[in-house]
Design a binder for this molecule. Structure first.
Ligand code: HEM
Length: 343
């Protein structure tokens, strides 16, 4: 696995690769599935990526780290395909016996590079496995809900949280009114408030929230959502334990854990029924949908911070997996590239 520094050319290539990858969707979704898959190619976002990153910077300030999920730890390992995966997708890394090296990054949500590890905020994971047309990038969060249905709603969600220039503080009444007018944007916060602070990056599940479209070797398509389920179990801290841990424990905890053995996640695909919506990442499908174990993520080492020169883009997908038409998915490649250019 190569760690390349992003030059402007490489940045353009990354965006072009994302566009090419998302373009696969039209070709790969001509087979029957949900009616919504007919328009599976992500629409170009009407909201400018610069406005999206400006809005993040407006809330979290400008600094040299990522505009979102600013605090994180780089890691590496490999992905092992499970036997059932090749029936779902023809992508190389999911074929029987495949073992694919990966690099990745765990993160704490928000654009604050000093975000506390002991808050009930979202955790993130980014993974890059495979090369060229076989490359897969997974960028997930530790909640089954994203906080915005569209890029326009993301923009408004951030803008209403920007500090008032006169007081220097966020206006809680305006935030509450926005939540009332846009109830889907409150689902993530409600979920996170119901969960303990994760004891480790390795003991919390991560969801794609967005849907993807898999195509198998016979050309059959299947809409799915991803989840990484921690093999160590879902383990959280009590409020007192979280307080005692302090604001910076996740990096050291991960190193100590990796000294004892690999961190493993089961890679699960939740399969959509034809009636399931594919556009709204705030709204999970019913929990009775069939889940297939697609493989195992095996993370065996924390690395230097080389991944801070990378950007992981969720529409960089291998042949055999395509993006759905979820508009937040379409907005990510360009806004991530803008964020990279500001680091
Ligand atoms: C309109 C929708 C979204 C916008 C505008 C947005 C914006 C951003 C930006 C600007 C970054 C920094 C990228 C970089 O500098 O490399 C970022 C990082 C990240 N985002 Fe998003 N995001 C969106 C949706 C999502 C969703 C749906 C998820 C997961 C379910 C997600 C998870 C993450 C994670 C985990 C990172 C850190 C990636 C890493 O470690 O490199 N984002 N986001």
């Amino acid at each position: 696995m190569q760690h390349q520094r992003h030059t402007p050319t490489r940045l353009l290539l990354a965006v072009a690769a994302a566009a090419a990858a998302t373009g696969q969707a039209t070709a790969q979704t001509s087979m029957p599935m949900a009616a919504a898959m007919a328009d599976a190619a992500p629409a170009a976002s009407a909201v400018s990526p610069i406005a999206l990153v400006d809005a993040l910077n407006g809330v979290f300030g400008k600094h040299s780290a990522r505009s979102s999920h600013a605090k994180g730890v780089c890691m590496a390992g490999h992905f092992e395909a499970a036997p059932a995966a090749s029936a779902i997708t023809s992508a190389k890394m999911f074929q029987v016996g495949q073992r694919t090296p990966l690099i990745g990054r765990f993160s704490v949500g928000g654009g604050n590079p000093k975000a506390p590890d002991n808050a009930k905020s979202v955790r993130g994971i980014a993974v890059r496995a495979g090369e060229g047309a076989d490359r897969m990038e997974w960028i997930f969060i530790s909640a089954p809900h994203f906080f915005a249905q569209t890029p326009a709603q993301f923009l408004e969600f951030m803008k209403v949280r920007a500090p008032d220039p006169t007081t220097g503080k966020m206006n809680p009444d305006a935030v509450a009114a926005f939540g009332k007018a846009n109830p889907a944007t409150t689902r993530q916060a409600t979920y996170l408030a119901s969960q303990p602070v994760p004891a480790s990056f390795a003991t919390v599940p991560y969801w794609s929230t967005s849907a993807f479209i898999a195509t198998n070797a016979a050309g059959k398509t299947q809409a799915l959502r991803w989840r990484f389920e921690p093999v160590a179990g879902r383990l959280g801290l009590s409020d007192d334990e979280a307080k005692a841990k302090g604001a910076d424990f996740l990096r050291a905890e991960l190193s100590e854990r990796l000294n004892k053995g690999a961190v493993v996640f089961s890679v699960m695909a939740q399969l959509a029924q034809p009636q399931d919506q594919l556009l709204d990442p705030t709204d999970p499908w019913p929990s009775d949908r069939v889940e297939v174990t697609m493989g195992r993520l095996v993370i065996d080492r924390a690395t230097d911070q080389a991944c801070d020169r990378e950007t992981f883009i969720p529409t960089v997908l291998p042949t055999g997996i395509a993006a759905s038409a979820d508009p937040t998915l379409a907005a990510r490649a360009s806004s991530y590239a803008v964020s990279l250019s500001r680091r």
